[in-house]
Structures are given as C-alpha cells and as structure tokens.
Design a protein around this ligand. Structure first.
Ligand code: ADP
Length: 357
C-alpha cells in the first residue's frame, strides 16, 4: 500500500461508542481471512466498482469491525496489514513535520482516540462529521449497489431497485449504540430530526444485566433471543381481555400491551425467567419502539420511505420483522421499512468517500 498524497483513499474509520468500523481498499486479494473481516470480497464487487474513482488500480474493498473497547486489536490490524502509510509506530516528530499520514475518521472516537492513533501508529485522524458521513454512505450505497436495499416482512426478503432520480426524500434511521433519525432530501441536504437513546447499546447492556450472562457477546444474545418466547414475560392484550382480541381498535389478542408487564403480576424473581425469553422480550420492545418512533417522524415530514442502518440490525430476521411490522401497523401500510445490506458501514463508507472532497 502506498499513498502518494492525502487525496488517495485506502482506509477510513468510523469509531463509535460500541464498534469501530473500518473500510479499506487493497489490491491484495488474500487478506480477508482475518476473523475481524465482516464481508466477503465477492459481495462487495458492485461497491468496489462504484468506488473506483477514489483509488487508482484494481483491488477490492474490505469491511472490518472491532469492539471499541478492544481498540488495540484495531491498531494491531492496521499495523500488521500495513494499512498505515508510513508503517508501524514511526517517529512522532516526523509526522508533525508534515508527513501525509492522514486517515479519514468519523464518530466520537475520532476525537477520543486521536492521540492514541498518533502515538501508536503515527496516524493523524482527519475528522469528518458523523451525520455527513452517515448520509453520504447511505446515498452512495443506494446509488452504487444494485442489491443494497431490501424489505423484510413475514419471512420474505425482497431486494428493491432504487430509482436514482427518485431517491429523495427519505428518513434514515441509524441504530447504533443510540439511534439517529435523519431526514435526507438530497446529496448533502439533510437534517437530524430525532433520535432515541433506547438503541443497540440498550439491548446489549440491559440484555447482559437481565440474563446475567456477562461474557455474552452481542451475537450470543441475539441467538439466545431466537430461542425465547416473549409471551412469558410481556403482558398481551389477550392476558387483559381473557384471551380475546380488542378488535374495536384493531388489537389482536397477541399484541403486546405492556412489554415486561407480566413480571409485576407474578410472584417471581429474575432467576425464574429464562434468559432466552427476556432477551426476546427486550429485542421486541426495543425494535418495536424504534419502528414506531421512526414512523412518527416519517409522518411529521410526509416521508414514505424509511431506511434502517446501524450495526444493531445485523441482518437479523426477527429484528427486521419487528421493525417492519411496527412501521406497517402504525402507518396502516402507507410507509415502508427498508434495510441496507451494508447497514453497519454507512459512516465508514461516508468517511471513505470524503477523500475526494
Ligand atoms: P456505534 O457507532 O454507536 O458503535 P454501531 O452502528 O456500530 O454503533 O452499532 C453498535 C450496536 O450494534 C451495539 O450496541 C449492538 O447493539 C450492535 N452489535 C451488532 N453486532 C455487534 C457486535 N459484534 N458487537 C457489539 N455490538 C454489536
């Protein structure tokens, strides 16, 4: 990897509260076997193609993630794959004296860890705004990748052809540790209109506490939720109506009336509930809530299309299904929830495309 000047992209970072997302370009086809690498090369052909103008020569784009608490793994990865222009731990003075080891970086960690990158790798993190990057990443993907956006409902996944001339406006909902809702009206025309702190970090954090499985990774918790039954702990309409629907206002007996509501009416301790049931109720509660707030914001601005991104979704069927059903239910079928294949990498891709600015 050689980077002759700071306008030639090959590596960009999005350092979030929970995860570090990295996008890098390489002409070496053999470096995707690392466990941190998220996406296979084949999947990203379209995108690599779309990004050709950003780098010279042929190669592929790689998508990698690390937990932010394990930032040392990330530094090690950059160093051992020689992604940093001037190699490992170069002399600090050399860089402050004008060397061009600038890496585009977004997310709060671009500020928090700036010194660490400088000290350990001699990298200057060239900060790019988080919202700018999310929107740039989403717009880029929607235009560059034919198989990017899809709907998912009742077990049915369908890819959508996005008309580039009729993409806007839309609501972008990024579900990371927290949630941002952005009204996007054009290439660089957007406004963050809402958000909620009840997001992916809440699911993972509260999930760990409730299930008492401290060593659980996010994926473990997600897997656990798949085996659970939320009806054990959620209070359903049928629980209140003696098994009946409340059909007058369109609520079936299985609609959740109160998430975790059954826990109050029974003489049970936390240990009496199965971790899988609690994980499921929690996932349902958070996904439903985000779906509903998203729809209300779409309604506020007359937006019919809602794209969901962020690492929380993780291509997980139950999560997508819950969000889709929430949007469908509250909008009476008017609005559509859509998901993005590179959901977690919007910010990192946006940072990558900012090299040309
Ligand atoms: P941020 O930029 O705030 O870190 P992300 O878009 O990276 O946000 O999403 C982080 C969230 O994604 C976590 O809070 C968690 O809910 C979820 N997540 C998905 N996969 C993982 C994983 N492997 N490790 C940790 N969190 C994950």
């Amino acid at each position: 990897f050689t980077q002759s000047n700071n306008q030639s992209a090959h590596l960009a970072l999005d350092i979030g509260g929970t995860l570090i997302k990295m996008v890098y370009f390489s002409s070496n086809h053999n470096c995707s076997s690392d466990t941190h690498v998220e996406r296979s090369l084949e999947e990203t052909n379209d995108i690599s193609h779309g990004l050709e103008k950003y780098h010279s020569g042929k190669g592929r784009l790689h998508f990698v993630k690390f937990e932010t608490t394990k930032i040392n793994d990330c530094l090690e990865f950059i160093s051992s794959n020689q992604l940093s222009t001037h190699g490992d731990a170069p002399d600090k003075k050399q860089h402050s004296a004008g060397a061009r080891n600038l890496i585009k970086a977004t997310g709060g960690g671009a500020f928090k860890f700036a010194e660490l990158f400088m000290e350990r790798l001699g990298i200057i993190l060239d900060k790019v705004d988080e919202m700018d990057c999310l929107v740039a990443g989403a717009n880029f993907l929607l235009k560059a990748n034919n198989q990017e956006a899809f709907t998912y409902m009742n077990g049915h996944k369908e890819y959508l052809q996005i008309d580039h001339n009729d993409m806007y406006p839309y609501l972008l909902v990024n579900i990371g540790s927290g949630v941002s809702m952005i009204k996007v009206e054009g290439d660089e025309k957007f406004e963050r209109v809402s958000g909620t702190s009840v997001g992916g970090g809440t699911f993972w954090g509260l999930g760990k506490l409730l299930t008492n499985c401290k060593s659980f990774s996010f994926d473990d918790l997600l897997k656990l939720s798949q085996e659970g039954n939320n009806r054990v702990i959620d209070m359903l309409v049928g629980d209140i109506y003696g098994g009946l629907d409340y059909s007058k206002i369109g609520l079936s007996s299985t609609t959740i009336a109160s998430s975790f509501g059954k826990a109050i009416s029974e003489n049970k301790e936390l240990e009496d509930y199965r971790p899988e049931d609690m994980a499921r109720s929690l996932l349902r509660m958070i996904s439903n809530n985000i779906g509903q707030i998203s729809y209300l914001n779409a309604l506020r601005f007359g937006l019919k299309r809602i794209f969901f991104g962020g690492f929380f979704i993780r291509g997980h069927e139950f999560t997508m299904d819950t969000i889709s059903v929430a949007v469908d239910f509250w909008s009476k079928g008017e609005a559509k929830a859509m998901f993005l294949r590179h959901e977690g990498f919007l910010g990192a891709l946006g940072a990558y495309t900012s090299y040309q600015k």
